[in-house]
Design a protein around this ligand. Sequence first.
Ligand code: TEU
Length: 603
Amino acid sequence: MASNPAVWWQSAVVYQIYPRSFRDASGDGIGDLAGIISRLDYLQRLGVDVLWLSPTFPSPQDDAGYDISDYTDIDPVFGTLADFDRLLAEAHRRGMKLVLDLVVNHTSDEHPWFQQSRRGKDDPKREWYWWRGPRAGMAAGAPGAEPTNWGSAFSGSAWELDEASGEYYLHLFSRKQPDLNWENPQVREAVYAMMRWWLDRGVDGFRMDVINMISKDPRLPDGPVHGGGYGDGSAHYICGPRIHEFLQEMHQRVFAGRDAQLLTVGEMPGVTVEQARLFTDPDRHEVDMVFQFEHVQLDQGIDKFHPTGFSLLDLKASLGRWQAGLAEVGWNSLYWNNHDQPRVVSRFGDDSDQYRALSATMLGTVLHLHRGTPYVYQGEELGMTNAVFAGISDFRDIESLNYYAAALAATGSDQPMPGDPLADRTTAAEAASAGAGGGAGDAAAAEVLAALRRMSRDNARTPMQWTAGRNAGFSSGEPWIGVNPNHRTINAEAELADPDSVFHHYRKLIALRHDHPIVAVGDFGMLLPQDEQVYAFTRRLDSECWLVLGNFSGAEATATVPDAPGWAAAQLLLGNYPAVPDATSLVLRPWECRIYRRTTAPD
Ligand code: TEU
């Protein structure tokens, strides 16, 4: 094991900004680039090295900007290209890099490429997307006539009929997000050219949206039906046949020669450790790291809206396997949160007044001391919690709204069939009235709402809590989504002033990584895999060894690690309680975390 990080991003921490909810300078209720610029000093104070910006390109905003209609401009709602250049320069001036979201599995249906593609079967851009006729022997538009039985991630069929041509186009996400056909070399070249355009402008890399879905089996076979009416096609588009070829080609055409300064991270739902090892092996020249999904799906049943309980043993087994699997070759990215996940303190911690800050700091400590590059999602450094949603009209996210409509429609007939109009974009009002049938309908609506409250992506998307004041200091206008009422106590202003806050704990975690190579590249060793309360592991580098402990419960817990008395007497680098009363044992208080250091490593 090398004593020093081999590449800069091994000792870096990335901060994700969701621009729409970060800071609104214009007063229209939606965050913008000028708002981000006004908060760069805050981010510098936190100490992060890289900013990842969720999409700010022109977009109909059907999926909050992940539906892009122009890749080389800025949506007026967020500002202008001149604002972007200013943001980039101001970030660079403060020593921070800026990474963009690259959404090229699909475009918006309002992108000129798709507008042209849908002109007709003979259009030169027809083959830029996935067009197919109806199922053999069936009429276009008939129930079940879709070319495959695949369901979309946002409910309903993954196919949308184009009446004019009688053909369907594929959309793994919303029907306003048609999938690009990466089999077509013109598509790939257009994407690479666009990426070079941004790099030439000075950006420092890309977070690549669902990048392991770009290679599909062109035969597009049906998938197994697990429950509802639609098939699961993922075996035919997750890490498909040409995925490594495409990423290597992208590297060669876009990154080669300048990759040392860049950061590339591929978002890869369903990726396995073995595949991730290939994607992140530096010798293969694909991506620096991937976002895997295993640990954020452990508390899910048949889908995310059927949550199951959280098991610490499962979490340790999963993250431990990823640590071991990418120990020799490849690299992990580490995250609890992003704009698609509920808030971690409400999910794996305890967001009550009593334990919120303790559990948030414990969770941050455990994550940041793993081997890999940590990602902080805006507000995580404040211990922001899940939101309060009174009813369906408080939700904004297409995934939540479509799921609500589909789930309620399904209570009428247990088995929605392919061809049901579930893919229709549902307004909040329509969805709300769909549930207003009384009796069984109300009960079903209540159950769906409970699942949404727990798992909806909107939990992550409520405005960043800057102050205790009006709209949490996010906007002088009416915010596009409700502000969490707990901003009166949970906000950046209060936390900056409190040396024991979650913010300052995150600041210290980030500094630890910068100051100690062991945090970046030390060997990881999981301890106590069967302990139901304590997350414990060591990191080792040369003669140095650290022990990290986290109590994942509100009850006292004893960490029964080897040589506990030796560790209890070692140097305590960081904890989340003011003082450790007893230097002879490792009894952890509720949600307590500790990082110990020894310079002569025990055997
Ligand atoms: O997400 C891809 C993805 O698979 C999930 O995280 C997604 O949120 C899914 O709905 C989970 O139930 C990426 C983006 O992060 C997400 O915001 C976009 O909606 C999606 O791709 C489509 O671009």
